[in-house]
Design a protein around this ligand. Structure first.
Ligand SMILES: [Zn+2]
Length: 440
């Protein structure tokens, strides 16, 4: 496996740090950010790499040499003039292997590349961008995915956004088949997203790999300071999916957004201030935030599947506007009771995913390598508490929403809290006192 690291960038917004060093050499706790990447690739078994350098590139060559000191083999491609993020790939195409990975050299990351490559191999696409939510989606290009994970559209940050597009951001890491480079011309300025990924999207050849692992740009002084803090706290390494993850599973209606009965329109979403604060606390912790929701609104024909997706994208957009995010959101669309005239028969069925059944929790546990014994379910109904118990999670009942008054299950929660912020505070206090899971 081969990695092409795009290390030619100039740190325009980090001017005070990068006046005389290239952006990939920006120090984080005494080591260049690019060194973390090289180390991450080596641990993942990727030891062949090409560093594309330009501006102040000699400093990068001096630091890494042929890579032997770092346990890898490094070759260089030097651009005399900037050719965009993909101009180099036109030159490199003839000797790159059939598939390879590209990454931006100024990102702090810790990824299980084996999982990313396995995803690429089991999907029919030729282009697999890694995607994730981030805490500034309004300032990022967004990918719109369909339910199969295929990328349908890329919405640029410069384009006006007339509707909510969720929070699915290109993380800056992409697996490519060499054939995706066929239209590039040597010596011409090319952009990786515009000239490689977007054409693959249009051909139906791009599938997004959604990950909860740590990948962050350091494009502003604030983000740079945050990255340093996260590396120091061990958060960056802890999120690598070869390690066990901890999650706080969250119900949606009555837990995140104010309970209004069956919610069927985006404008019914209202998120209380303490929920934003709670998610900020989760995002800064080693817990993932994963929403698991029963949404029988489609089965009952109160809205269409597209309208439900729109509601969920609006929810993610509202959170993003306040710099917080959820790592994933999974919905059961089914409803078991048949015989109503208005129902949508496609979704009127018994299933394994409607809470308190655990198929959606189980799916997240598998996808994100979650240790259920170190994780929680937080919700406002006895159904949520029963779900948590069925899945082997600790449980927290909230006094918001239905406050447990639904009375469907005789399930006692491990903890009770006035609202989501108090629940997260209690969880963090409780886990602070407990030793980390032994099987890391
Ligand atoms: Zn279901």
């Amino acid at each position: 496996m081969h990695a092409v690291i795009l290390a030619g960038g100039k740190g325009t917004r980090l001017a005070e740090v990068t006046t005389d060093i290239p952006k990939p050499l920006v120090p984080v706790l005494g080591r260049p950010v690019l060194e973390y990447q090289v180390e991450n690739l080596r641990r993942s078994g990727i030891t062949e790499m090409t560093l594309v350098v330009g501006y102040l590139g000699q400093q990068i060559k001096n630091h890494f040499g042929d890579g032997e000191e770092f346990g890898v083999r490094i070759g260089y491609f030097t651009e005399d003039r900037p050719l965009g993020t993909a101009g180099c790939l036109a030159w490199l195409r003839d000797w790159l292997p059939d598939r390879f990975v590209t990454l931006y050299g100024d990102l702090m990351m810790d990824l299980s590349f084996a999982r990313l490559l396995a995803f690429h191999d089991r999907h029919p696409g030729r282009c697999t961008p890694a995607v994730h939510p981030n805490n500034h989606p309004y300032d990022s290009d967004l990918l719109v995915l369909d339910r199969s994970g295929a990328v349908r559209q890329i919405v640029r940050k410069s384009e006006p956004r007339d509707r909510p597009y969720g929070n699915c951001v290109n993380a800056g890491i992409c697996v490519l088949d060499r054939a995706t480079l066929d239209t590039l011309r040597p010596g011409v300025v090319h952009d990786l997203e515009r000239d490689v990924i977007e054409p693959a999207v249009q051909r139906g050849e791009a599938y997004a790999y959604r990950t909860t692992e740590y990948v962050k740009d350091m494009g502003t002084p604030q983000r740079y300071a945050q990255v340093i803090r996260h590396v120091a706290d061990g958060l960056v390494a802890a999120r690598n999916l070869t390690r066990w993850q901890k999650a706080i599973f969250l119900d949606r209606d009555g837990t995140l957004n104010r309970y209004v009965g069956l919610l069927s329109r985006p404008e019914q979403l209202y998120i209380p201030d303490e929920v934003y604060a709670a998610l900020a606390a989760i995002n800064e912790s080693s817990f993932l935030a994963i929403v698991v929701s029963n949404q029988p609104v489609v089965a009952r024909n109160l809205c269409t599947l597209d309208e439900l997706d729109e509601i969920n994208r609006r929810l993610e957009t509202m959170l993003g506007e306040r710099h917080v995010y959820i790592d994933d959101l999974l919905c059961c669309l089914h409803h078991p009771d048949q015989g109503y005239p208005e129902e949508n028969p496609d979704y009127k069925m018994a299933c394994d995913c409607r809470k308190p059944r655990t198929a959606l929790v189980d799916r997240a546990v598998e996808a994100y390598h979650i240790d259920p014994g170190a994780s929680y379910f937080v919700g406002d109904t006895t159904t949520d508490i029963q779900t948590g118990r069925n899945a082997g999670l600790r449980t927290v009942l909230l006094k918001t929403g239905l406050a447990g008054r639904d009375g469907k299950y005789d399930a006692t929660a491990d903890l009770c809290a006035d609202n989501l912020f108090d629940a997260v505070t209690a969880i963090l206090a409780e886990t602070g006192r407990r030793p980390a899971p032994a099987h890391v």
